[in-house]
Design a protein. Structure first.
Length: 306
């Protein structure tokens, strides 16, 4: 866990306060994800304001935290190799998203599920550390943020949310005021200066009834979200659904290299990425996603095609 205390959060950095809070919450449970949350906050903060004295002081202390974490976890591949780190963060964000999505579709509405949707969207922000987001992740981020706002506002107004993807309307959600049990960060670290609200004009108005939910439609047993003790949901209602394991493509057993197939450096990089995704998925016991990614890597290496 990063030991260096951060000074008060400058108002200019309001947009990264929840990424820093997420890092703090994950320090013990998922230090790799916590590291990249801070790296995202650092890079974003540098773009916002790196000249004002209070901002420079804050960024300097944040950099100290990153250096301390890098030293502590320097032997972790997810820290030393971006491709592994990207797969690790993306898989964790996906688990958060799928946990919340499963609860939503089952009609189990509670604050932990709302927070999981919102945290998943924050972690997809963090993926920009590794490059441009895929269109799929852009859509997941929009959907997760809208769902968090929609369900929160329904519960706040005494209404029953509609499960699953529906036509979206503008919603606004004051996370700082409503987030259960986390109105402020731990002492000696970032102190939020004001609330952070989902702005209605940032919420897409398209219909999400056809949103693509990624492979592994059910979160595994060890979902990253922590089920709160007092949600009004009995323990037997939050159970992991059985995983749907995809069949291995039989054509891969008989597939042969076409002799003249020459793999490019990009092909090798993609195959490596699929293998890293599979390895990361196995950390969460997500056999379905692991099998699918391994099949993609095998097909690419044998045939030169995806």
């Amino acid at each position: 866990m990063a030991a260096t205390a951060l000074p008060p959060l400058p108002p200019q950095f309001k947009s990264i306060q929840h990424h820093l809070r997420t890092a703090q919450e994950l320090d013990k449970r998922e230090p790799v994800v916590a590291y990249y949350c801070r790296l995202y906050a650092m890079q974003t903060g540098m773009k916002i304001d790196s000249k004002t004295p209070e901002c420079r002081k804050f960024l300097s202390k944040l950099m100290d935290q990153l250096e301390a974490m890098k030293k502590q976890f320097g032997d972790n591949e997810a820290i030393t190799q971006e491709i592994v780190g990207s797969a690790h963060v993306e898989n964790y964000a996906l688990k958060m998203f799928l946990y919340a999505d499963n609860e939503d579709r089952a009609g189990q509405f509670h604050k932990n599920m709302i927070k999981s949707f919102y945290t998943a969207s924050l972690l997809i922000d963090v993926l920009t550390v590794f490059g441009e987001l895929s269109e799929e992740n852009v859509q997941h981020r929009k959907y997760a943020r809208w769902k968090a706002a929609y369900i929160h506002n329904c519960l706040k107004n005494g209404e029953t949310p509609q499960p699953g993807p529906i036509g979206m309307e503008g919603e606004s959600f004051d996370v700082e005021r409503e987030e259960a049990g986390s109105s402020s960060l731990h002492s000696g670290t970032t102190q939020p200066t004001s609330s952070s609200t989902y702005e209605a004009n940032n919420i897409p108005t398209s219909n999400y009834s056809g949103i693509h939910i990624p492979p592994g439609a059910h979160a595994p047993a060890n979902t990253p979200a922590e089920v709160p003790h007092n949600t009004g949901v009995t323990s037997n209602t939050i159970q992991p659904a059985p995983q749907n394991i995809p069949l291995v493509d039989p054509s891969l057993y008989s597939a042969q290299s076409a002799g003249e197939v020459r793999l490019t450096p990009e092909d090798f990089a993609r195959a490596q990425k699929y293998c890293k995704y599979a390895g990361s998925a196995l950390q969460y016991e997500d056999v379905s996603t692991a099998v699918q990614n391994l099949q993609k890597a095998l097909k690419l290496l044998i045939t030169g095609r995806e």
